[in-house]
Write a protein that binds this ligand. Structure first.
Ligand SMILES: Cc1ncc(C[n+]2csc(CCOP(=O)(O)OP(=O)(O)O)c2C)c(N)n1
Ligand SMILES: [Mg+2]
Length: 817
């Protein structure tokens, strides 16, 4: 079994070094396999909740690891444990720590137990939240479970190399992020997941942009129980993608096909692909076929239920580890009359296998002990405190029973300890003892601890957080200069592009014409086609592109042309971008700014304000709703001084409205999380945002004529919301609340109500029912009449505000109708 490829690998290495490498690869492969086997048992015995492993995919991952260099990024899925072990970023103990969901970042370095096992991430940020030097480390963008969700950001991860290579102005900024753009973005995906639209969209975008990325498809012919014939046309993704294949005339994608059990071919293929992609900046796909699932898909079921006997037998015969072992045993190389072998017989391999078993078994034990010991300590502390408090309690018997039950659990969960303590408080309501105080104090400290374990890092809460950016007010020329709102946006962007070389903008129609409303008019000519770029119509990968670029230290502004199209990208936004900081325990960030426009749009597909969809799914992002372009420009300036992902929704009908042009463009900031009172008034507090505010302001004038003096408050920032609790201060004065919102009933208005009534305790000051004026529940009908009867209008607002006043003082405000 000697091939040319083997000798080509061998060329660089002496045979002894080669042999060492082969045997080490075998060691990693069996170590990883042992982890999968033992890991599954841990789930079946109940120590872990769910397990998904990389068995059957070991050998191609060894090959990928050899071609993966420092500075490169991987964006993959839950099968890549062998790859992670091969690059030295995963120990068996860490894999088990993930399985047990160990909530300590030191033990479980990928997510501190927040993600399921085998979901990996590297640390891009240091302890203070600052960028590390990413060129000096292997980079793993945080895995996700949703199939193909790792694909969109690959576009940006790859494109960043291109940008760093091509833009001289980024040399200084790029020092921590790129070595002349030599980095490859590596994707991994299962065969079945290639059926997702996200996959095809990513492949097409990568082909168009010609970004250095290599996607490996681990093809085991199945997606859980469903065979390839139900997933993929012709049952082969490489066949399907042939139209993307690059050739002499056209750029495209380089496609490789290789059997997943063929170590030699795999190494050759990965080396070839990496050289091509790294040097030439082209995308490639490696279709790795004939892989297996020795234990089936996950711990949730057995594959005997859906695979034929023949298939199961084939999987045993073609198990990549088995084939690798056979190859090692059979290998012979004749050179100068000498015969070289890796091994003379099985003994060395058996030794490696035995050692792997031992090592994994110990790693499992160590991981479990590290996980369970602190909880057992807490259990003992709780028992001591409960025993103490029981003796002073009239409900002693109940507490003793609780304590005994807790004591009887030999390997408790933290939840069981805390449940017991919390239940004991039910029996201690009349207890004033010092023992109870001791128990309470202990529990408060525990709450702080668990809060840090499970509820931190949704946002950047440090002093570099977005709400900490100092306000800089706009300044104006002596002679008032009124311009269309879009000019403020445009000129402010120009100042931004001058100020920050790492900022770039892209989206549909953003490049040549400078967006459909010309907020970037002429900027492509000034700053070039890389920094101000048109994209295809592909919202998920526009966002993915932004995520990937932001992960690599750039400051992208990705445009979604109209807010209604955000729904196309929602999966990437909600699963990836908004959860990124949280799910990596603050070790990664993607400060992507998304620019879009909406509100008061027309018709069913352009209703313009799906705010509850956004608020419900994008916690972890900043959501801004500026009422005019000066406010919007100020928000961009603020966002660039911090590092939070954000969505800025500009008012579509505001671009042509006249506003005063500030002189300190690119400098002035709009504070985030702070409301603005647009009109003071004593009778009713009206809270709104965006375009609807203009209607509210008009109506306020009419209401004044009817002797109703409303206070108008612009929310401006939905996430975070009114951090200074200014709205409740207004309620203290008016005692009445009306929320005007063009989202559906119970949409954003319900969110605003919860903030004011519950979080700010606004209910205390109300002397009439808090009321909302919203759109109808259906999408708005088309046309001006459709809008009038579907969305909140001035008459609605007037009548509702009047009715509130009528109810409180019918003499002063007699019934309208
Ligand atoms: C969007 C989405 N749909 C369904 C699932 C449930 N699911 C998890 S893995 C999987 C099969 C994936 O198969 P494949 O891509 O071939 O990867 P493999 O597990 O075989 O390596 C499915 C359907 C999911 N995680 N995400
Ligand atoms: Mg599969």
């Amino acid at each position: 079994m000697i091939s040319e490829k083997t000798t080509s690998i061998n060329k660089q290495l002496s045979f002894e070094e080669f042999k060492k490498e082969i045997l080490n690869d075998y060691r990693v492969a069996v170590l990883s396999r042992e982890c999968s086997l033992l890991g599954r048992r841990e789930v079946l015995t109940g120590k872990a909740k769910f397990g998904i492993f990389g068995d059957g995919k070991e050998i191609p991952q060894l090959a990928m690891a050899k071609a993966f260099k420092k500075g490169d990024f991987r964006s993959g899925y839950y099968r890549d444990q062998t790859f992670m072990m091969a690059i030295g970023m995963l120990t068996p103990q860490q894999l088990f720590a993930g399985l047990y969901a160990h909530p300590n970042i030191k033990d479980e370095p990928f997510s501190a137990g927040r993600q399921m096992g085998a979901h990996f991430a590297s640390h891009s940020l240091d302890e203070n939240g600052n960028w590390k030097n990413l060129t000096k480390q292997y980079n793993i963008s945080a895995d996700m479970s949703a199939t193909a969700s790792q694909m969109p950001r690959l576009v940006g991860l790859g494109q960043a190399s291109k940008i760093y290579r091509e833009l001289d102005t980024l040399k200084k900024h790029g020092e921590k992020f790129s070595n002349n753009g030599n980095e490859i973005a590596w994707g991994t995906i299962g065969n079945a997941s290639t059926s997702e639209g996200l996959f095809f969209e990513t492949i097409n975008a990568a082909g168009v942009l010609q970004v250095p990325m290599i996607v490996s498809v681990w093809d085991d012919e199945y997606g859980i129980s469903v065979h390839a014939k139900h997933h993929t046309t012709k049952e082969s993704i490489s066949e399907v993608l042939k139209g993307f294949q690059r050739d002499k005339e056209n750029e495209g994608i380089e496609i490789f096909v290789v059997n997943g059990w063929d170590y030699v071919q795999l190494i050759d293929t990965y080396n070839k692909a990496a050289k091509l992609v790294r040097e030439k900046h082209i995308p490639a796909l490696i279709h790795v076929t004939e892989l297996t699932q020795p234990q089936g898909h996950s711990t949730s079921g057995s594959h005997e239920r859906y695979k034929s006997k023949e298939r199961l037998q084939w999987e045993q015969d073609f198990d990549c580890n088995v084939k690798f072992r056979e190859w090692i045993l059979e290998f012979e190389l004749e050179s100068n009359g000498e015969t070289f072998r890796f091994v003379d017989n099985e003994d060395i391999l058996i030794k490696i296998e035995k050692e792997a078993k031992k090592e994994v078994s110990k790693a499992k034990r160590d991981a479990w002990n590290a996980y369970i010991s602190p909880i057992k300590e807490e259990q003992q502390q709780a028992i001591l405190l409960l025993n103490d408090v029981a003796s002073s309690s009239s409900n002693k018997h109940f507490i003793v029973k609780l304590t005994n039950d807790l004591q009887a659990i030999s390997e408790p969960s933290r939840k069981e300890v805390h449940e017991t303590v919390r239940q004991s408080f039910i029996y201690l309501t009349d207890n004033k003892s010092t023992e109870k105080t001791a128990l309470l104090n202990w529990y408060s400290a525990e709450t702080i601890k668990t809060q840090q374990m499970y509820n931190t890092y949704l946002y950047n809460d440090s002093k570099s957080g977005v709400t900490k950016v100092k306000e800089i007010k706009p300044t104006y020329a002596k002679e008032k200069q009124l311009v269309d709102g879009r000019i403020i946006i445009r000129d402010n962007f120009e100042a931004i592009f001058n100020k920050y070389p790492e900022v770039l903008a892209f989206g549909e129609d953003v490049g040549k014409i400078g967006d459909v409303n010309q907020g970037m008019e002429g900027l492509q000519l000034k700053f070039g086609e890389i920094r101000i770029a048109d994209t295809g119509i592909r919202e998920p990968t526009i966002i993915g592109q932004g995520v990937g670029l932001a992960l690599r230290g750039l400051r992208p502004i990705a445009e979604i042309q109209y807010i209604d199209y955000l729904v196309y990208a929602l999966q990437t936004l909600t699963d990836d971008l908004s959860s990124l900081r949280y799910r990596t325990f603050g070790k990664q960030k993607a400060p992507l700014i998304i620019r879009t426009r909406g509100h008061r749009l027309e018709g069913i597909w352009h209703s313009g304000s799906p705010m509850s969809m956004i608020l419900g799914s994008l916690r972890g992002m900043v959501i801004l709703v500026p009422r005019n372009m000066q406010k919007a420009a100020g928000f961009y300036n603020t966002l660039l001084k911090s590092d939070e992902p954000a969505l800025v929704i500009e008012c579509l009908n505001g671009y042509r409205l006249k506003e005063e042009l500030p002189t300190n463009l690119g400098e002035f900031t709009t504070s985030i999380g702070v409301v603005e009172t647009l009109k003071e008034g004593a009778d009713i507090t009206v809270v709104s945002y965006g375009s609807t505010l203009r209607i509210v302001q008009e109506t306020a004038k009419q209401l004044l004529q009817a002797n109703i003096d409303v206070e108008v408050i612009d929310v401006q920032s939905l996430l975070p919301f009114d951090i200074n609790h200014d709205i409740v201060k207004s309620l203290q004065k008016t005692n009445k609340l009306l929320i005007v919102d063009e989202d559906v009933p119970g949409g954003a208005s319900a969110y605003i109500l919860q903030e004011i009534l519950e979080k700010q305790n606004g209910y205390q000051y109300l002397d009439s029912k808090p009321t909302t004026v919203t759109s109808k529940a259906h999408r708005p009908a088309y046309g001006s009449d459709g809008d009038y009867y579907s969305k909140p209008n001035a008459n609605d607002i007037f009548e509702v505000a009047y009715a509130i006043m009528n109810e409180s003082n019918p003499t002063k405000y007699p019934t309208l109708f």
